[in-house]
Design a protein around this ligand. Structure first.
Ligand code: SF4
Length: 141
């Protein structure tokens, strides 16, 4: 699955849920996307829900964003770093971020960073249209 395939599939899933929640205030929507509630009410939103498992080992995990508005990707490659193609990066170079590297590719590794799962951050960037929050992530068209 390419970054873009995942991105578009996730936007569609998110939109289906948001259409259902149009009667809620923004703070109520954010609360609805708490891991514990999503596992029960939106079981197909994340493959980890089937195991009641969190993507990050944190007490309070919110699934509203899932991806991160600071994440940049391009399936054709963003740029070259020495002789490797970089396909994704963190635009704020988070100290909790890292890289997956092999002989010819570099990908952003967000496994250690919980920025997009924090409710204060979500409230700061909140928009009921997920794609609008993530608009800087995919390559410009
Ligand atoms: S490292 Fe953190 S801030 Fe950077 S893109 Fe990944 S989740 Fe977002």
């Amino acid at each position: 699955m390419t970054y873009n395939d995942w991105f578009e599939a996730h936007a569609a899933k998110h939109r289906v849920i948001m259409d259902k929640l149009s009667h809620l205030r923004d703070d109520e929507v954010i609360k609805y996307f708490r891991f514990e509630n999503m596992v029960i009410h939106e079981s197909d939103f994340c493959p980890l829900y089937a195991e009641n498992k969190k993507c990050h080992d944190v007490a309070k995990l919110n699934c509203y964003l899932c991806a991160c508005p600071h994440f940049r990707f391009n399936d054709e490659g963003i740029d070259k770093v020495k002789d490797k193609t970089r396909y994704s990066l963190c635009s704020i170079d988070s100290k909790d971020g890292a890289r997956y590297e092999n002989d010819n590719a570099i990908h952003q590794n967000c496994a250690g960073c919980t920025v997009p799962h924090d409710e204060k951050f979500i409230a700061k960037v909140f928009d009921s249209d997920w794609s609008s929050i993530m608009k800087k992530s995919p390559p410009k068209r």
